[in-house]
Design a protein around this ligand. Structure first.
Ligand SMILES: [Zn+2]
Length: 431
């Protein structure tokens, strides 16, 4: 038995040794930026040509090449304005007419040239080294990294129901407000003048709660007058976004769509006002969602241009959180992609942990129609939190003059805002 084992070991060791003489490499054509571990890659029109030690699962084409001990591996690309034919080689892979992968004897190549290959540029593939390449969506998001280190548990953070009622009545012209020293009623919020005043009102309210707040012009055309309020964290390199849209459609006061989400943001800001967080909390009340997410698109573009996108951990977007006609307490958590799943799980687990305090039932589905979408397009985890709008109970007063506070269920609205607050606080880290 022992002798047999020893012979087996010798055979095994010999096979390892002989493999070192020849290296088998996979040359694959893959969609751009899709492979994590590779020996080398070359951008090629809409695709990448990659050389790997292991087979690539999602490759469009794969060829194997044996690289012998005295050979090296090269990308061979037709040089500019040359029409020299590719010199035939035994070991080669052809991608169209101007790109090959080829093995060459070491002594036949000097620098990037070989006398055999006039008219062709050679780029060496170093098979002793691994390069890591991953697309934005495959890269671990800030959220995943932060969630993986999550250990702290928090006491439940409550939302003030009286406050949301008073503030929603103020935003929809039921109660007077003082803006710029003048007492007014915001009862024509669908018109530009009241829109502007309501933005000033929101800025003033965030400031009262101790936040820095402003109306940011996030587009050169003057579109994207988004309200931005924030509290900088002790580590300002990461930002958690809670958002809503603050505009409304013609003739609608927009108590539910979307005064509810907007006052939800303000109520969360109030609940957070005495806490210091490790990361920055930023509230965004977007402009012109109703005209095709103009404000949120402009904002994400603005971040992209100024290089602030990498800071964003994720975005929780509330759009219509105040209507529950049948009192079944169902609301929708809308997600349509893999990279937002950890955020989805965060919200669902927060709901489960606080089931004694939050009278809500989550319905998961996919929906695109709100300000979370520009974040998705930029690869940032985001969710839409909305009443059961997509799940079978749309607000009958939606986009009409009857969308007033009369149809708002404040217990339901408070619970949704509390769910968002208690989900966010886990990532923000109380200090
Ligand atoms: Zn809306």
């Amino acid at each position: 038995m022992r002798l047999f084992f020893a012979i087996f070991l010798i055979i095994f060791a010999t096979s390892i040794f002989s493999e070192e003489n020849n290296t088998e490499v996979y040359i694959s054509l893959v969609p751009k930026n899709r492979v994590r571990k590779l020996l080398a890659f070359k951008e090629y029109q809409k695709y990448d040509i990659v050389a790997t030690k292991e087979i690539v699962a999602n490759a469009l084409k794969t060829f194997t090449l044996k690289v012998e001990q005295d050979e090296e591996l090269f990308f061979a690309e037709r040089s500019h304005q040359h029409d020299a034919p590719f010199p035939l080689k035994k070991h080669q892979v052809k991608f169209e007419n101007d790109m090959y992968v080829v093995t060459l004897n070491k002594d036949k190549v000097t620098g990037c040239h070989s006398p055999l290959f006039s008219g062709w540029a050679l780029k060496k593939i170093r098979i002793d080294r691994e390069i890591k390449l991953a697309s934005q969506r495959e890269r671990k998001t800030n959220l995943q990294i932060l969630l993986s280190g999550l250990i702290q548990r928090y006491n439940f953070i409550d939302i003030d129901k009286e406050f949301i009622q008073v503030k929603l009545e103020e935003l929809t012209g039921v109660r007077p407000v003082v803006v710029n020293g003048k007492t007014i009623f915001l009862n024509r919020r669908y018109e530009e003048k009241d829109q502007e005043l309501s933005r000033e009102y929101l800025v003033q309210e965030y400031k009262k709660l101790g936040y820095s707040a402003t109306v940011g012009q996030h587009s050169s055309k003057g579109l994207g007058d988004n309200v931005v309020a924030e509290k900088i964290g002790s580590d300002p390199s990461k930002v958690f976004i809670i958002s809503s849209h603050a505009d409304t459609v013609r003739s609608a006061l927009g108590a539910d769509d979307n005064g509810s989400g907007t006052i939800g943001c303000l109520a969360i800001a109030k609940a957070f006002k005495d806490y210091n967080f490790k990361y920055t909390i930023r509230f965004l009340n977007f402009d012109e969602e109703e005209s095709g997410m103009v404000g949120s698109r402009a904002y994400v573009d603005f971040l992209e241009k100024k290089g602030g996108l990498q800071e964003i951990i994720c975005a929780l977007n509330m759009d219509m959180i105040g209507y529950d006609g049948d009192k079944d307490r169902v609301f929708n958590v809308a997600n349509c992609n893999d990279f937002s799943k950890p955020l989805n799980e965060l919200v669902i687990s927060t709901l489960e942990e606080n089931s004694d305090k939050l009278n809500l039932r989550a319905r998961k589905l996919c929906a695109y129609r709100s300000d979370h979408v520009p974040f998705w397009n930029a690869g940032i985890p985001a969710l839409l939190i909305i009443e059961n709008f997509f799940g079978g109970e749309p607000n009958p007063f939606y986009h009409s003059s009857r969308d007033t506070v009369a149809a708002i269920d404040y217990d339901y609205m408070r619970d949704i805002a509390a769910l968002v607050a208690n989900s966010a606080v886990k990532v923000l880290v109380i200090e």
